[in-house]
Design a protein around this ligand. Structure first.
Ligand code: TYM
Length: 334
């Protein structure tokens, strides 16, 4: 608890172009939850270097991500929005927790398997221990809740296992976090192949709606989205393309699936797809305007970064000191 509030922790990697999946699976839930909790939202730049990055481009993307959190509506005074790499406690606790994580557990991580297949020329140790660093992120802030998309569920489970193992040895050191998955949009699928998750690293750019896509691009991508050979707008397992669009439509418009099915009863896919695009644009357009304003304001952003870095460091170091003591490291002379 911080200031009598439960703690919420989440973040995104500063790689690639963020997609509508990132927004609906994570950011949108952060917006609805942030008033109720003491929140920390990281720009996960340490995780990003598990894949090679161009330094200049990487720096720009990380700053854009931070600005996007704010543009989406997160108040950086109420919420601690910061860069993971600015708080060295993440890397330190990551190492300590490496020593409390079994290779057998890491071998089971499906994201490691997927990413190793995608980057077969660079299967580095960081990619392998990635979930342990993620556990460190969460446990450093004694988080109660972690709102993420379904693809992160396995990482949340290993975080809980590591924390329970550590607590069983050393006493109550870490809060055991719970994952929070939204009712809608927890797994947005590709518009071109609804059996695959919408992903920023997809080579087929038509499969993903990027958060920075302009109005016309969104319309074009929605029009091209894969559906099926009948013409009924209905949510069903045997209609994965249409169901995915319905999920996107309802998540963006706030309507229920039943309402949406009724709305498009007897209407064709063409009309439905245009309505999906309109709903998506109604979310993206205001965000673009805010982003353009914020990213230009260097002084404002630098001020936010400095203040929130300090705040994150304060809470992270508090936990790290406790861990160091429990493990038995010698005190650092002051
Ligand atoms: P990342 O950067 O891949 O994704 C950021 C968030 O977006 C969600 N997401 C999706 N949700 C629904 N449908 C999709 N198609 C979709 N694609 C992505 C992800 O589930 C995630 O919530 N390991 C994390 C970053 C991280 C983190 C953490 C998260 C590092 N440390 C601590 C929470 C707590 C990641 O790679 O997310």
């Amino acid at each position: 608890m911080i200031n009598d509030k439960k703690v919420l922790y989440s973040g995104m990697q500063a790689t690639g172009n963020l997609t509508l999946g990132n927004y609906l699976g994570a950011l949108k839930n952060w917006l609805t939850l942030n008033e109720e909790y003491e929140c920390f939202f990281g720009v996960m730049d340490l995780h990003s270097i598990t894949v090679r990055q161009d330094p200049a481009e990487f720096r720009k993307r990380a700053r854009n991500l931070l600005a996007l959190y704010i543009a989406a509506g997160l108040d950086p005074v109420k919420n601690c929005i910061y860069y993971q790499s600015h708080v060295s406690a993440h890397a330190e606790l990551g190492w300590i927790l490496d020593c409390f994580t079994y290779m057998g557990e890491l071998n089971r991580m499906t994201q490691f398997k997927d990413k190793s297949a995608k980057h077969s020329d660079n299967i580095n140790a960081g990619l392998y221990t990635y979930p342990v660093l993620m556990a460190a992120d969460i446990l450093l802030y004694q988080a109660d809740y972690v709102p993420v998309g379904k693809d992160q569920q396995q990482h949340l489970e290993i975080t809980r296992d590591i924390a329970q193992r550590f607590n069983a040895i050393y006493g109550d050191v870490f809060t055991i976090p719970e994952g929070y998955y939204g009712k809608k949009g927890a797994k947005v699928m590709s518009l071109q192949d609804p059996s695959k998750k919408m992903s920023k690293s997809d080579e087929n750019v038509n499969g993903s709606i990027y958060l920075m896509d302009d109005v016309d691009t969104v319309v074009r991508k929605c029009k091209r989205a894969v559906t099926d050979s009948d013409s009924e707008v209905r949510y069903s397992e045997d209609k994965p393309g249409v169901s995915n669009l319905l999920e996107i439509y309802t998540a963006c418009s706030g309507k229920s699936i039943e309402e949406a099915e009724k709305e498009f009863d007897g209407k064709g896919y063409g009309e439905f797809k245009l309505a999906v695009a309109e709903a998506v644009n109604s979310v993206l357009e205001p965000m673009h305007k805010e982003f353009d304003r914020i990213i230009k304001d260097k002084e404002y952003l630098d001020g936010i970064i400095k203040e929130n870095d300090d705040k994150a460091r304060y809470f992270a170091n508090k936990t790290l000191r406790k861990v160091r003591k429990k493990v038995g490291f010698t005190d650092i002379p002051r």
